[in-house]
Design a protein around this ligand. Structure first.
Ligand code: RIB
Ligand code: CA
Length: 308
């Protein structure tokens, strides 16, 4: 089987961790590295959590790199109100004793894109800072990438603000670099992910009496508590795990070609992903999904990961 080379950019983060558990067990994916960057929580914590994911999923062969500690041009935001100070909820605080690979993240992306011309897929589950740095370092890689799959944005809604989704508004300048490049961008945003609100009852199907299974159960229950408190929602939207399914089963999504522009004006609309009629390259934008099919595949994939 020709395995598909993939780089994961991530800011774990509870939903990132679930996505990593799904992606790290796929035999058809050649995960070349996980780049942990500042996003939901600060850099040292996201690096720690990515290292933990590798350990608990039996994938310490996958290198973890420390990505950007701050956005390109603004102070860092965080989402501790959703993910807790540890990034993995309020019940989980664990420390890895491993260290990340000592290589610059942008250089790693460029080197890997050139090593796998036309084949490398990048999936971004956090801010786009390091993807943007790589495209700036070597713009020609835009033509070498098979796709850049972005969990982020929302044409009809935001979550961090009324108009902007967290990953985009956390580094809007980086998102502008990525969406205005000629790279093939796939946007899995809130228009799609919010159609898959999974009930608490499904959390028990994703937990198990294993080290990873117990951790997943604790994290997702905390996530549900925080979703109830912050978003007044009963259940969980596991955004990054939903995005990960694009790599496994893209026919679960309904997409439209759209020219997407990132609002960089300071103010209420900062970080908004706007559909425009010209002045931006086309992206493939997920505007819907098969909610039952997505939820079932996530439950099945996570269950398989935690019982191993
Ligand atoms: O808006 C949801 C996204 O922001 C997810 O990637 C979550 O982990 C946070 O990074
Ligand atoms: Ca994330």
């Amino acid at each position: 089987m020709n395995k598909r080379p993939v780089i994961i950019c991530t800011d774990p983060g509870i939903d990132d961790f679930i996505a990593l558990a799904v992606l790290l067990q796929q035999p058809q994916l050649d995960i070349r590295g996980m780049i942990a960057l500042s996003g939901n929580v600060g850099l040292p914590i996201t690096v720690n959590n990515a290292l933990l994911a590798g350990e608990l999923c039996g994938r310490t062969d996958v290198p973890v790199l420390a990505g950007s500690a701050t956005p390109l041009a603004r102070p860092a935001r965080n989402a501790c109100n959703i993910h807790g100070a540890s990034g993995l909820g309020t019940s989980v605080e664990r420390y890895s004793n491993r260290k990340p690979l000592a290589q610059d993240a942008a250089e790693f992306i460029v080197q890997t894109a050139r090593q796998f011309p036309g084949a490398l897929e990048i999936i971004s589950l956090g801010p786009l800072t390091d993807v943007a740095r790589a495209l700036t370092l070597d713009p020609a890689i835009a033509q070498l990438l098979r796709q850049i799959v972005v969990m982020g944005g929302g044409i009809k809604r935001g979550n961090a603000t009324q108009y902007a989704e967290f990953n985009i508004v956390a580094d809007p300048e980086a998102a502008d670099v990525v969406f205005s490049s000629s790279a093939p961008v796939v946007m899995i945003g809130l228009d799609a992910t919010h159609q898959c609100l999974q009930p608490r009852s499904q959390i028990a199907e994703m937990a198990a009496d294993t080290e990873l299974g117990r951790m997943v159960g604790l994290m997702l229950n905390d996530y549900a508590d925080m979703y109830r408190r912050v978003h007044q929602l009963e259940g969980v939207v596991i955004h990054d795990a939903i995005c990960a399914l694009w790599l496994l089963q893209p026919n679960l999504f309904y997409t439209e070609p759209m020219r997407v522009k990132i609002c960089l004006d300071n103010g209420a609309h900062l970080g908004q992903t706007m559909a425009v009629t010209d002045g931006a390259p086309f992206a493939t934008v997920a505007m819907g999904l098969d909610a039952e099919g997505v939820a079932r595949r996530i439950v099945d994939e996570v269950h398989r990961a935690v019982i191993q």
